[in-house]
Design a protein around this ligand. Structure first.
Ligand code: AMP
Ligand code: ZN
Ligand code: FE
Ligand code: FE
Length: 273
């Protein structure tokens, strides 16, 4: 008998991953996973292809997405799980994110142009069909030799608060939680490890989250344990996943972080078999 493992955080080329949905499913099978939730940034477009591919390969799918939001100056990623993939509310929300990003990317490109780093908007648009953002801009900065690495692009220019950064007009955490709940979903605070352990994060957790992503990528067990305790104290669910992005983040392998069967079914009452 194989142990049930579910990776609840990964990306396809519909956001900033490099695999197609089918490639991701095939890789999940190869890496010994039983279930997967694909959590592209601000889009659920992967599911049209992922659902038949998962059925064909015997992988159980849980509906997922990773929504960008803002709280008191923090960029907060919220994982939405088990929502209704047909929900018009979710579809409209993803569409609004696409428009928000277009405007925001334009503002970042304008700032880069002012600093003698012009990147044509059309070039960015060719990088994908759904969610485009800073990781794509960073790749283009490398391609144009304005920087030597994606990391340098963030460190010098487009990372939070850097000289060519622009927050755009983000959705708030409250709006995002409401939307997820109206579409029957559960909302998890993604990778809280990135937000530090200041007062602000604990204030944030007073909002109606359903869970915390305690198990994450290559996080150390001690760090994970602290977030598990934080979840248990609040009666919140626990999730976990690799944040696999394909070759964009080569140090993360699909399934390097996962949850067990019991945890999977606590989150996914509407798993797709
Ligand atoms: P966006 O959604 O367009 O704001 O881009 C956010 C993504 O950019 C995150 O999910 C990370 O993958 C990446 N990112 C943000 N800040 C950094 C940073 N300082 N260094 C490397 N990658 C970053
Ligand atoms: Zn990403
Ligand atoms: Fe994230
Ligand atoms: Fe992610």
């Amino acid at each position: 008998m194989t142990t049930f493992k579910a990776d609840l955080h990964c990306h396809t080329y519909f956001s900033d991953g490099t695999d197609s949905p089918e490639e991701l499913i095939v890789l999940a099978k190869k890496n010994g996973l039983s279930a997967l939730s694909i959590t592209d940034h601000d889009t659920i477009s992967a599911y049209a292809e992922a659902i038949p591919a998962a059925k064909k390969n015997g992988i159980i799918l849980g509906a997922g997405a990773e929504f960008s939001s803002s709280y008191d100056g923090l960029n907060v990623h919220i994982l939405a799980y088990d929502f209704d993939l047909e929900s018009p509310l979710i579809h409209a929300f993803c569409q609004k994110h696409k428009e928000r990003r277009k405007l925001r990317n334009y503002r970042i490109l304008e700032k880069l142009k002012k600093r003698q780093m012009p990147i044509p908007e059309e070039e960015l648009e060719k990088m994908g069909t759904e969610t485009l953002g800073r990781p794509h801009i960073a790749e283009l900065l490398v391609k144009h030799r304005f920087v030597t690495s994606v990391q340098q692009a963030f460190d010098l220019y487009i990372g939070d608060g850097k000289i060519c950064y622009d927050a755009g007009e983000p959705f708030t955490v409250d709006e995002t939680l409401d939307l997820i709940h109206s579409a029957r979903g559960k909302a998890f605070l993604a990778h809280p490890h990135f937000l530090g352990e200041g007062e602000k994060v604990f204030k944030l957790l007073e909002k109606p989250f359903d869970g915390i992503e305690c198990l994450y990528a290559n996080c150390l067990p001690q760090q994970e344990k602290r977030w598990i305790k934080a979840a248990e104290r609040r009666g919140l669910l626990i999730s976990g996943g690799s944040d696999y992005h394909g070759t964009l983040k080569p140090m993360l392998t699909l399934g390097c972080s996962f949850v067990n069967e019991e945890t999977f079914y606590k989150i996914f009452q509407h798993a797709i078999h």
